[in-house]
Design a binder for this molecule. Structure first.
Ligand code: FAD
Length: 301
């Protein structure tokens, strides 16, 4: 991750001048504010701003329930109740604004999450930096033979070297041509908005991404999951660390009910009841398809 001296000075200045406020703050999140967390070879994610804390969630919930959901009087208990029963709007009372630097092919997956506000670096207006994501050797995986959307073993030896050389050389050649095309030395110079089109998808872009906690947790549920592509998962993992410090009660409930928990179909629930009663349930007697049964078995392992 390369930050310019100017960026480093900006961050240091922001962190050196705390402002007094009457607004709710989260001690855990204050520690993250502005500081970039490195991700991949040149990427980062950093908190630019946030609103609310665990209390903002329970405050909002108590408006709808009146003062006393008597059975869940403490904040953590109420948050767990809300998460367990899919009460989403209290979680929308918290907001997070991130600055993210990420490869374009990761941005394409990320942008599918429509419930956020985004402002991206303009490659029409500005010149993109010569920064490309080149996987580390241990992330250079072969195509999975069992999952069309997944990875298999790591490439080794001459094949790994050849692939890395292609990735580096193609990126550098494309960037050289990009620079040549936009140059105005002895020529008119192609518009930046056109010249960028020959750049590969592993070039880095940057954006501000603002989202409420409910939709952020939905994003993390999908992208910090083992089925997500490694290159977006590492960003999601970095954000999880921030959310854990920001809203510890909500994050613990999220880990418990969403990341660590499972949704069961009626057939799966019935199978579990029969198994607990001592029946030897098989796929044939389960009422589930082969695929469902496979996933059910994996869940129980
Ligand atoms: C492992 C994995 C593999 C994937 N593979 C593919 C793929 O092969 N091809 C592909 O195209 N995509 C793929 N995706 C993207 C996926 O289909 C979703 O587009 C992406 O995860 C965003 O999810 P979302 O729509 O729930 O999120 P968001 O856009 O943040 O929406 C959150 C929720 O808001 C609601 N919502 C938002 N907008 C609308 C709307 N316009 N109408 C109704 N409800 C709305 C929905 O309930 C939605 O779940 C993949 C995602 C993952 C995690």
């Amino acid at each position: 991750m390369n930050l310019t001296d100017e960026q480093k000075a900006d961050i240091a200045a922001l962190r050196a001048t705390p402002a007094q406020t009457l607004r709710a703050t989260s001690e855990g999140m204050e520690r993250h504010l502005y500081e970039p967390k490195p991700v991949l070879d040149h990427g980062f994610v950093r908190v630019i701003d946030y609103m609310g804390d665990d209390t903002a969630i329970t405050q909002a919930a108590r408006v709808s329930y009146g003062r006393g959901t008597k059975s869940v009087s403490n904040d953590e208990g109420l948050i767990r109740y809300l998460m367990r029963h899919w009460h989403s709007t209290p979680f929308e009372m918290c907001e997070l604004k991130l600055h993210v630097k990420l490869p374009v092919f990761v941005a394409r997956q990320w942008i599918r999450h429509r419930t956020a506000n985004v402002n991206e670096y303009s490659a029409r207006y500005s010149i993109l930096d010569r920064e490309f994501y080149i996987p580390a050797q241990d992330s250079l995986a072969a195509q999975s033979t069992t999952n069309n959307q997944g990875r298999g073993d790591t490439l080794q030896g001459a094949e790994a070297e050849r692939v890395l050389n292609y990735l580096r050389d193609d990126a550098m050649r494309a960037y050289d041509h990009y620079e040549e095309m936009i140059s105005t030395e002895g020529q008119q110079g192609l518009a930046r908005e056109l010249a960028r089109m020959n750049l590969p998808a592993n070039i880095y872009t940057q954006w501000y991404w603002k989202v409420d906690l409910h939709n952020l947790l939905h994003f993390l549920r999908l992208r910090a999951d083992s089925h997500a592509q490694y290159e977006i998962r590492v960003y999601a993992d970095a954000i999880c660390e921030m959310v854990k410090d920001w809203v510890p009660f909500a994050y613990r409930a999220f880990e418990d009910y969403r990341m660590g928990g499972e949704n069961l179909s009626a057939a799966a629930l019935d199978c579990i009841k029969r198994m607990l009663a001592g029946e030897d349930v098989t796929q044939e007697t389960s009422g589930m398809s082969k695929g469902e049964w496979r996933e059910f078995q994996a869940m129980l392992d």
